[in-house]
Design a protein around this ligand. Structure first.
Ligand code: NI
Length: 170
């Protein structure tokens, strides 16, 4: 297993649109376990392949408190989304230290292939629904700060660039 490097906003590679995974082969299975490990070590609840600079439609998620219920979504497609919305503070491993409110559908249905190559339907509400929608955005090249006002987004961008400069200097 290997820890993967997580791209940080405003890295332009985060805006790449991912292509579908062709087959769940050994390479993809290694990527899944590396992404899962990377997510756990970074203490995140979700990670999209886009964030580790692999532009394929693959997500790992674990919203359980015990960190023992990983979910793998390959080529996820939203098949239904409730009109009812929920507003939640979101964060992102690619935008460390930033949390802000984003409105999303309260309930969703998603079809995706799991880590064993089986097609599954997932019905989600609450935190899981938020997380799946957030991660699916990553696959389309979208980071949650893009839902915020231009003013807030620019402030975040400046802060992230400054943090990067400070790290490079250290
Ligand atoms: Ni994210």
């Amino acid at each position: 297993m290997a820890l993967l490097n997580i791209l940080c906003y405003p890295d332009p590679r985060l805006h790449t649109v991912a292509r579908p995974v062709q087959t769940v082969d050994a390479r993809v299975k290694t990527l899944i376990s590396d992404m899962r490990e990377t997510m756990y070590v970074a203490d995140g609840i979700g990670l999209a392949a886009t964030q580790v600079d692999v532009h394929e439609r693959l997500i790992v998620i674990d919203v359980s408190g015990e960190r023992n219920a990983p979910l793998v979504l390959i080529n996820p497609e939203l098949t239904w989304a409730s009109e009812e919305k929920q507003l939640n503070d979101e964060g992102c491993l690619s935008v460390p230290g930033i949390y802000d409110g984003v409105e999303r559908s309260a309930s969703i249905k998603v079809q995706a292939i799991d880590g064993e190559g089986q097609l599954r339907t997932i019905e989600a509400q609450g935190l899981l629904a938020v997380c799946i929608q957030h991660e699916m955005d990553h696959l389309l090249g979208k980071v949650f700060v893009e839902y915020l006002s231009p003013l807030k987004r620019n402030r975040i961008k400046t802060k992230m660039l400054k943090a990067r400069r400070d790290t490079e200097r250290a």
